[in-house]
Design a protein around this ligand. Structure first.
Ligand code: UD1
Length: 347
């Protein structure tokens, strides 16, 4: 594996950085391409501090084909894991063209340069958001995707479509190209070292970063978006997954796509298969960490669903991977990260 690299686009982001650590620890050589638009260069040194190995780094925008070409020319890249993309749901509603341009362009330029370089394996960061608003839970990979509630979700759907079409075309032509779509549920938690984690810009949109900032006294209270859903306590239910488990899911997916038995197109949910409500998460956080999380009930947030959780059995059966960490570890590690010097910018 030494002379062949795995390219992680967006590899300094929340999920990319945790995946880099798992890959390096498993013996893969890693190239990271990241434009630092929503990440920090200090993450690179922390990946090295945790794993004891140094990834190669390029500060480039992966929608720039010539820049991507230089990376492929400099290294023998056997597979790409494509994390790069804008991911703020609310922002995608207000500036949709920016989201379509960036997210789709970056995937297309990576695919075109993969072709040029003869790289034939790609894993894509998709999302449970592609199950849209009309499928029943638990979500299974063979359910129809679509009916997304925002442009961010549609970019995931469209990139899935591009990869499905490309894998299909390759199969028809007898070419050895394979794509794997990983549909993430709700990643939270952080590396137990406290050195890498999620650092949202400005006011957090997602539940766990908001909770940790309330617990830390940065924000006065959490707004719980709706308590009149058709769920046990009326608040939204999600399938939260520890980001370290999610990163290990990428390692399993990479091993799988490298083997002959994988198909030209593979789709896996990466979730735990278990749902927790907003209030379940608040209570678990308070209990595990011994800190209060003041909250108030607020109106529903547009586009939110009552339920979202995975049928996680396909990944277990096919990849031999399943999430191991529970809600307690997720809450503990999120809080450990929030309180650590790395998150507070003191490292
Ligand atoms: C959203 C996106 C998903 C994206 C994910 C990570 C949709 C429909 N969902 O998931 O595609 O991958 O973010 O960026 O596009 N909540 C509160 N108060 C808060 C924040 C959240 O009550 O301040 C509630 C929400 O109503 C929801 C749950 O917490 O029930 C989880 O919300 P969030 O962390 O934002 O994730 P999703 O909306 O599930």
């Amino acid at each position: 594996m030494d002379d062949r690299y795995v390219l992680l686009t967006g590899g300094l982001g929340f999920i990319g950085s945790h995946t880099a650590v798992e890959l390096l620890e498993a013996g893969y050589s890693v190239v990271i391409a990241d434009d630092l638009s929503n990440s920090d260069i200090s993450v690179l040194g922390r990946i090295e501090a945790i794993s004891g190995r140094k990834p190669v780094f390029y500060q480039i925008d992966v929608s720039d084909r010539r820049a991507v070409r230089r990376v492929f020319r400099a290294h023998d890249i056997s597979a790409v894991i494509h994390f790069a993309g804008f991911k703020a749901v609310g922002e995608s509603v207000s500036v949709p063209v920016k989201y379509y341009r960036n997210n789709i362009d970056s995937m297309l330029s990576v695919l075109e340069e993969m072709d040029q370089a003869g790289c034939k394996r790609v894993i894509f960061s998709s999302s449970a958001t592609v199950y849209g608003e009309s499928n029943p839970v638990p979500y299974r990979e063979d359910m129809p995707a679509g009916a997304c509630s925002n442009p961010y979700g549609w970019t995931k759907f469209m990139i899935e479509r591009i990869l499905i079409d490309k894998a299909h075309a390759a199969e028809l032509k007898g070419e050895d190209f394979k794509a794997t779509l990983l549909r993430y549920f709700n990643p939270i938690g952080a590396h137990p070292s406290g050195l890498i984690g999620e650092k949202p810009n400005g006011i957090p949109n997602n539940l766990m970063p908001y909770i940790t900032q309330v617990a830390a006294g940065i924000r006065p209270k959490l707004s719980v978006f709706g308590n009149d859903y058709d769920t046990p306590d009326g608040t939204g239910v999600r399938d939260y997954i520890h980001v370290v488990d999610l990163a290990k899911g990428h390692l399993a997916a990479l091993g799988h796509i490298e083997r002959d038995e994988s198909e030209s197109l593979n789709i896996f949910n990466l979730g735990t298969g278990r749902g927790y409500s907003v209030l379940d998460v608040v209570k678990a956080f308070e209990k595990v960490n011994g800190v209060p999380v003041p909250y108030e009930i607020a109106p529903r947030r547009a586009g939110d669903l009552a339920w979202s959780y995975a049928d996680a059995s396909l990944a277990e059966k096919t990849l031999g991977w399943k999430a191991e960490l529970g809600i307690e570890e997720m809450c503990r590690d999120s809080w450990n990260w929030q309180n650590g010097p790395a998150c507070r910018g003191e490292l």
